[in-house]
Design a protein around this ligand. Structure first.
Ligand code: PLP
Length: 394
């Protein structure tokens, strides 16, 4: 068991020991990527093995970091439905349209994937308390997986995060601190206190394994589309873990001979009130500058600065994708449009991908022959204050 070789600095590729807890790389303070012995995996694990396996992200266990099955902290995350959206596709002129519905994950968002992987591995390596800055859903997922692992969880969240996220953190037994500020202010509080408190920091891309959990979305896309990736993927981008993770998954699958060299064009969708990756993409920059006064109802997109910015921008450009910002008005209207035409009640972040698609299809950047996947990253049920205004919810 165990094909993990080491951890590689994403800037200079220096190797780091896999058997101890790491945050950023020792050399460049950059994200670390898990490296597997893919030649060995290729001999031991075949696509044909998959149909009989469990219907969670752990069906890809050979390319996940946890070394002993007993150490896995799972609530049944992943292997979410990839749903054909015929009526919606016809409406927007992209008939071969799918929605990957991450809202059915434990805790109601795709954050479950990353935190299942990260907390499993942290527990395996001896951590007994974790801390995280969160816009909402990462906090809820951390609280749930920490509860299951018997670990303490310390969560720092902006005081305007969705109420559902605050309630779930507390009921799941986490210590929640509400911060009058943004997720980046929360991150600073974790950084300042973790040493003295003995917390392991599980911030986005500041530990190596959340991206491993989220990369399984890339494996699932390939498996669910019979090993032919779609032409275009639209992803609502905050810290970017999913985008970066899927890009890593595609490379791993190609190295194992599971797919060829064709890749989807990766589209980062952000909100106009917080679009650092879009701005950097448009100006040709290799990394993104901090976005002042970030403001959007899509709380998961309220990320003004991301440690993995250069990795996102690299993936978008290598894929010949793009980055696009949509208004809060457009993304909220798309909550209704996606919900009423697909039966999926999306998070505002997920609905933002539909707003982005409409714009790109209108410009001809996406053609009517192409196969397109929208990521609905969470359930609308967690955003009742943001979405329910028309129903009298305050
Ligand atoms: C966190 C979050 C995002 C952003 O995800 P990243 O991988 O960090 O870019 C999008 N949608 C929802 C619902 C989220 O919770």
């Amino acid at each position: 068991m165990g094909y993990l070789v080491d951890l590689i600095c994403t800037r200079c590729r220096r190797s780091h020991d896999k058997d101890r807890l790491w945050n950023l790389s020792a050399c460049c303070e950059a994200p670390l990527f898990a490296r597997y012995d893919l030649e060995k995996v290729q001999n031991a694990f075949h696509k044909a093995d998959l149909p009989g396996r469990e219907t969670t992200m752990w069906r890809y266990k050979e390319v996940l970091p946890v070394e002993r099955v007993a150490h896995r902290i799972s609530l049944g995350e992943g292997f979410t439905p990839l749903l054909k959206a015929d009526a919606l596709g016809t409406r927007v002129g992209v008939p071969d349209l799918y929605v990957k519905d991450e809202g059915v994950n434990p805790t109601g968002s795709f954050k479950a994937r990353g935190l299942s992987a990260a907390i499993s591995r942290a527990a395996e390596l001896g951590a007994d308390a974790v801390a995280i800055p969160s816009a909402g859903n990462a906090g809820g997922a951390t609280a749930a997986y920490a509860a299951r692992a018997g670990m303490e969880a310390y969560i720092f969240m902006p005081n305007d995060a969705p109420a559902a996220n605050m309630v779930e953190c507390r009921r799941l037994g986490a210590r929640l601190t509400l911060v009058d500020g943004l997720i980046t202010d929360c991150g600073r509080m974790v950084a300042d206190r973790k040493e003295a408190e003995g917390w392991f920091d599980v911030s986005t891309l500041k530990e190596p394994y959340r991206v491993e959990g989220k990369k399984t979305m890339g494996y699932e896309l390939a498996e669910q589309l019979d090993w032919a990736l779609p032409d275009v993927v639209l992803y609502p981008t905050g810290g970017g873990t999913g985008l970066i993770g899927m890009w890593k998954a595609f490379d791993e699958m190609e190295a194992m001979g599971w797919i060829g060299s064709a890749r989807p064009r990766m589209v980062a969708v952000q909100a106009e009130g917080c679009a650092p990756v879009v701005r950097a993409y448009e100006t040709g920059a290799e990394s993104a500058e901090f976005w002042e006064d970030a403001d959007t109802v899509a709380s998961g997109l309220r990320v003004p600065g991301a440690v993995g910015d250069f990795l996102m921008l690299r993936a978008i450009r290598e894929s010949h994708g793009t980055a696009i910002a949509v208004t809060d008005g457009a993304l909220l209207a798309c909550v209704d449009e996606m919900a009423s035409s697909t039966g999926i009640f999306p998070a505002p972040e997920g609905a933002a991908t539909l707003a982005g698609l409409k714009e790109l299809a209108g410009k001809g950047w996406v053609s009517s022959e192409e196969r397109v996947v929208l990521f609905n990253t969470g359930t609308g049920l967690k955003y009742i204050e943001a979405i329910g205004a028309a129903d009298g919810v305050r």
